[in-house]
Design a protein around this ligand. Structure first.
Ligand code: ADP
Ligand code: MG
Length: 242
């Protein structure tokens, strides 16, 4: 209001606008700016590794993924119902891209989102435990509406690390949503959590109310680089004009 009142007042005077409509416009501008600032702050706080949207997502690369069902994750309903989501598939199939796109959409709807990798989360929890502030870290995580845990399965954890991760997942069960991406099918999660019992208990909670997407296309990265190479090859093969 401080920044805009002068300019708007001059415009209003020029148009012979009544005071109440000037005040309304000034207030609307203030509210719009505050809303935009709040969204930007939520997106910053989420810690996305980059900003990816569904409008740049090529659904034809994943013919087995139901597009509408995936896009429904950009709405708040499943978060309200404390559902989880899992994206399972090989490297380069768009799991991280889709997870960020969902997270961004939910930030814009006013929800608190946090993006982390599984390894990053375990490191954070272990550090908190060592510094005797695990309770505070867990309390902070509880306030997050959607916790995105990317890349579960690339690294396995120590027993203690796996237990901490298990605690976070179990705490959220039926209370808060999780979005997990993994390169491993559920049957192989025993490798990550060391021990079939813990894995079974975790999978039971995670998948009880869960939207599961199997993203088993060809690697998008690989496809793009092959395409680029093929283009380069056809260019060099073209006969030169003399
Ligand atoms: P993953 O997390 O499954 O290993 P990423 O989401 O990181 O894969 O995707 C790798 C790269 O390819 C990223 O730059 C991503 O934006 C792009 N990408 C992957 N799948 C798609 C897709 N279906 N449409 C558009 N870009 C995609
Ligand atoms: Mg990824």
């Amino acid at each position: 209001m401080l920044a805009e009142h002068d300019k708007l007042a001059r415009e209003a005077a020029g148009r012979d606008e009544p005071y109440d409509s000037y005040l309304l416009r000034l207030t609307e501008l203030e509210i719009a700016t505050r809303t935009a600032n709040a969204i930007a702050a939520r997106i910053r706080a989420a810690g996305f590794p980059g900003l990816k949207e569904f409008d740049t997502f090529d659904f034809t690369a994943l013919p087995n993924v139901p597009k509408q069902k995936l896009l429904e994750l950009t709405r708040r309903d499943w978060i309200g119902q404390h559902y989880n989501a899992c994206f399972i598939g090989g490297s380069g199939t768009g799991k991280t891209h889709a997870a960020i796109a969902c997270g961004l959409a939910l930030c814009r709807l006013g929800l608190r989102v946090k993006f982390t990798t599984a390894a990053g989360l375990v490191t954070e929890l272990e550090a908190a435990q060592q510094q005797h502030r695990l309770d505070r870290t867990l309390a902070h995580l509880e306030r997050i509406d959607l916790l995105i845990v990317d890349e579960l399965g690339y690294l396995s954890f120590s027993r203690a690390g796996a237990e901490l991760l298990f605690q976070v997942f179990a705490d959220r069960y039926e209370r808060r949503s999780l979005l997990i991406t993994s390169n491993l099918p559920f049957g192989e999660w025993g490798q990550i959590f060391q021990g079939e019992r813990m894995t079974a208990a975790l999978l039971d909670r995670l998948t009880h109310r869960c939207h599961i997407f199997e993203m088993n296309g060809e690697s998008y990265r690989f496809r793009e680089s092959m395409k680029a190479q093929a283009e380069k090859a056809t260019k060099t093969l073209k006969p030169r004009k003399s």
